[in-house]
Ligand binder design. Structure first.
Ligand code: GLA
Length: 401
């Protein structure tokens, strides 16, 4: 037996799989486009975006890729590479939401049209390395992948912030999830090697380099996030209750961003206990975002550790969105040599933690989590070492089939 016969057959590229699926793609391989769209992890600034506050997310190199061939028939036919499931949308009338992943396709088409963007159909195949239900914004990634696919792989002719807002509108008004802007912003505007500081009140933003001595490690708790939507909306309402009470007593309060700590403390007695605790989280979290940016710039790892710890504690005790599983992951991480900082990331109620780890030491965290987490919780964790990546766009290095 020759060596070549013993080698495993290489996986066909997504482009080759589309050629195998679609006669038109086979006939015109030069017309195939490949687009990619990343997941995101939030370094800090949790539950602040819908309160006009500050966030510091990064796009990461877990991603969705779509190989597609644009068509002129106002239809989207998209196959999931993992299962072979095929979804079809008629762009002339995307219809009401269905409660499946196709809503993100239909919702993005709807929101692009509302923004005056011409869209066209395509036939494509989608592959994803983003774990679903992990709180790493696989939905925002799908929205932005669709925004590129629906515009022939060329990208909507919109300013990137406008594009992020359009994708958020798809999620808020079509899919019906009342998320803030953070996820769509990070997935659209991500930059390799950098986190992005966004002011959700002014929409001003700037990149913040991640020190090269640090690696980002995402630990997925493997716990279901069933109550997420209702609990998320309840938190939004509680924040709103705090704003209403404060706005009745102080001038110029339109959101929790307009509230500082002395002001909040002055009105403690006039707020119900829950609204006060939620507001306290948001006000202190905004300050932690500013402090984390400085600590990243100064390479102050001790400060990063205590700011992440304070954020996690505040999310657990004041905002009440942690879980025993996420607490266990953070407790295990902070006891591990080489781990600089650890906290829950995203909405909470399950999902992932984000860890900043000294470069080259991620394996120590992986080993510790693999050994201790299952024993403590009975759940199966997954550990991802990720890099900050560019936002959604065409795959330029792709070669013709
Ligand atoms: C989810 C939402 C975001 C943000 C986070 C919490 O990821 O989609 O808009 O509110 O939760 O920070």
């Amino acid at each position: 037996m020759s060596t070549s016969e013993t080698l495993p057959t290489p996986e066909p590229s997504l482009r080759e799989r589309l050629v195998g699926l679609d006669p038109m793609a086979a006939e015109h391989p030069e017309a195939i486009r490949v687009v990619r769209s990343p997941a995101r992890v939030n370094l800090i600034g949790e539950h602040t975006d819908y309160n006009g506050g500050l966030v510091l997310p990064a796009a990461i190199d877990l991603e969705i890729q779509v190989a597609l061939i644009p068509t002129d028939d106002d239809r989207v036919e998209l196959t999931l590479a993992s299962t072979g499931e095929r979804g079809v949308i008629d762009l002339r009338d995307v219809g009401p939401r269905r409660g499946t992943w196709l809503d993100y396709v239909a919702g993005t088409a709807w929101a692009l049209r509302e923004a005056g963007v011409p869209i066209s159909g395509f036939r494509g195949i989608l592959e994803s390395s983003i774990p679903s239900g992990a709180g790493l914004s696989s939905s925002a990634a799908l929205e932005l992948a669709m925004a590129w696919a629906l515009t022939r792989g060329e990208g909507p002719p919109l300013d990137p912030m406008r594009l992020a807002l359009t994708a958020q509108r798809a999620e808020n008004e079509y899919v019906g999830v009342m998320c803030g802007l953070m996820d769509q912003f990070a997935v659209t505007l991500g930059q390799a090697g950098k986190a992005l500081m966004l002011d959700c009140r002014s929409l001003e933003w700037h990149p913040v380099p991640i020190p090269p001595e640090l690696e980002i490690v995402v630990c997925h708790s493997g716990s279901p996030r069933r109550l997420e939507a209702s609990a998320y909306n309840a938190r939004r309402d509680e924040c709103h209750r705090a704003v209403t009470a404060l706005a009745a007593r102080e001038r110029g309060v339109a959101s929790l961003r307009d509230v500082d700590l002395p002001m909040l403390e002055r009105h403690e007695a006039e707020l119900d206990e829950v609204a006060y605790a939620r507001a306290m989280h948001v006000v202190t979290e905004n300050a932690r975002v500013v402090a984390v940016e400085s600590a990243l710039r100064d390479g102050d790892f001790l400060a990063l550790g205590s700011l992440f710890a304070a954020s996690h504690a505040s999310l657990r005790d004041r905002f009440e969105v942690s879980s025993p599983a996420l607490d266990a992951l953070v407790e295990i991480a902070v006891e591990t040599p080489g781990v600089v900082a650890a906290r829950l990331t995203g909405a909470g109620f399950g999902g992932c933690t984000v860890n900043l780890v000294e470069r080259g030491r991620a394996d120590e965290l992986r080993t510790k989590v693999d050994r201790d987490y299952g024993r403590r919780t009975g759940l199966t964790p997954s550990v991802f070492v990720v890099d900050a990546a560019d936002g959604a766009g065409p795959v330029l290095f792709d070669t013709p089939a």
